[in-house]
Design a protein around this ligand. Sequence first.
Ligand code: 5GP
Ligand code: ZN
Length: 115
Amino acid sequence: MIAAMSCIFCAIAAGEVPATVVHQSERVVAFRDLNPVAPVHVLVIPREHYRNVVELSADVATAAELLEVVAEVANTENVADGFRTVFNTGGDAGQEVDHVHAHVIGGRQMQWPPG
Ligand code: 5GP
Ligand code: ZN
């Protein structure tokens, strides 16, 4: 798995690169974004390297656990009443890290449509 070996999020999941981790379980890790765009900005990832949400969707158990952690993070970060969950997929959507991640963003008023 060449991609996984050089993947920054695989390294964070393995504890090889530091991050502010807010949740860890068998299949899922959540940590604060290095460059937050809102008061709450947490990234929720599967430990396993899937490139995007399309690949993740084939692993139903992990996809379900990831969504459970999104809900848990929204609760523990006190934004459950209003937050945004984003999976950027591919270049047109601005995906920069090719290890699927749910952005959990909240703590301020959001605009719609996004840019
Ligand atoms: P994307 O554009 O791929 O959806 O978002 C990637 C996100 O990962 C960005 O919000 C960026 O700030 C964050 N990020 C990139 N590298 C690191 C890192 O090494 N540590 C952490 N905590 N966040 C990162
Ligand atoms: Zn990875």
